[in-house]
Design a protein around this ligand. Structure first.
Ligand code: ACO
Length: 348
């Protein structure tokens, strides 16, 4: 059985910076409210027309592929995590494959929201371990700015999220004790509707039928009307307090599970890269685990919550800043809609 490693990483964030003060142009909010509750100071928004989830992923992937000393032609499988795909179908994996001129390799889209990248990395790890593939491109990319409610009504959700992409190349390694040590994945659908976007979906009628402008027809025609856009029926819903309560339990639990599996302690972690959900959640997790400031990396202040892209962007940025060195123990952890959560322990 082969061991896998992250051989190269890259990330891309759009040029357009929106500070908290910029958002006050659209909604009744303030820099103070947003920073106090989330730690976010600014976020990036993709160009409305020129940039998509796929184009940002391509930019991140090019860097990851070059750093892994390979080429797009040599990639033998794509795993693409996103909740904001360019199309409802097909997925972004095939679009990335087309844009990068790759061979007719397999492409898999993962729909596990904020945990998507950790799920995708875990799948890549299994494919490398069995010897099925040798050069897997794993991507997390999101263009969330196009589907937010930027009015005062949607402000508790829209201020949190941003756009961006991160990518890694996963390859086999022969270095003893190095690479991905273990991955751990979990889900609990009991609270699926506490963080959800109901539309477009086959059960959209269930959520929208009582809305005044629901198109009441015998068959089909469940499409987005201007009225549904107007009344906020078709943007994401979040019970923020329910998310907070579950996240601060499940993050430490799944990190502890990874450490236990490898007979390691929290003190052995050189760098924890938590999904950048909310700075308050990361700080709570850090305190619960008794980790010091230099054991945890956060960049939500600059980019907001980029969902599936947040872990690979943070991982790459921490590495570029020299905060991850050869031999370090790196822990990735994520929690998101579903609810889903997971961790990966890596000896760098
Ligand atoms: N600006 C100003 N005021 C606001 C804003 C805003 N952007 N959003 C909400 N408010 C107001 C509300 O209208 C309300 O006012 P009221 O008391 O006069 O009625 C008040 O602030 C409190 O509103 P809540 O919706 O209860 O806000 P809460 O205090 O719960 O904070 C938040 C919302 C920050 C989302 C919080 O619940 C939280 O930290 N949740 C954790 C979930 C999270 O971070 N999710 C991230 C994405 S999910 C993930 O990645 C897993």
């Amino acid at each position: 059985m082969f061991q896998s490693k992250i051989a190269g990483m890259g990330y891309y964030v759009p040029k357009n910076v929106y500070t908290n003060n910029d958002l006050t142009r659209f909604m009744d909010t303030s820099d103070e409210w947003i920073q106090e509750r989330t730690g976010i100071k600014e976020r990036r928004y993709a160009d409305r027309l020129e940039e998509t989830t796929t184009t940002m992923a391509v930019e991140a992937a090019k860097i990851a592929i070059e750093r892994a000393k390979t080429t797009a032609q040599e990639i033998d499988f794509i795993i693409f995590a996103t909740l904001s795909p360019d199309y409802y179908f097909p997925g972004c994996g095939v679009l990335l494959q087309r844009e990068m001129g790759m061979k007719e390799i397999g492409a898999l889209d993962i729909r596990n929201q904020c945990s998507g990248f950790v799920y995708a990395l875990s799948i890549a790890d299994q494919f490398i371990k069995t010897g099925m593939y040798k050069n897997i491109l794993v991507v997390g990319s999101e263009k969330q700015s196009f589907a937010m409610d930027y009015s005062t009504r949607g402000r508790s959700v829209s201020v949190i999220f941003g756009d961006g992409a991160g990518a890694v190349v996963v390859q086999p390694t022969t270095e003893e004790g190095k690479g991905i040590l273990s991955t751990h994945l979990h889900a609990d659908g009991a609270d699926a509707e506490k963080l959800a976007l109901y539309y477009p979906g086959a059960s959209a009628g269930k959520w929208l039928e009582n809305k005044p402008n629901w198109p009441d027809k015998e068959l089909g025609d469940i499409f987005m009307t201007p009225e549904m856009l107007e009344d906020g029926s078709v943007t994401a819903h979040m019970d923020g307090q329910a998310v907070f309560k579950k996240a601060v339990v499940k993050f430490p639990e799944v990190i502890a599970e990874a450490l236990q599996k490898n007979n390691l302690q929290t003190g052995d972690i050189d760098m924890l890269i938590p999904h950048q959900a909310n700075l308050r959640i990361s700080q709570y997790v850090q305190k619960t685990l008794g980790l010091s400031d230099d054991q945890v990396f956060n960049n939500i202040q600059k980019y907001g919550n980029t969902t599936a892209a947040s872990v690979p962007i943070a991982l790459c940025e921490a590495w570029e800043q020299g905060k991850i060195k050869d031999g370090d123990l790196v822990c990735l952890a994520a929690f998101g809609a579903g609810f889903t959560w997971g961790s990966a322990l890596i000896r760098w």
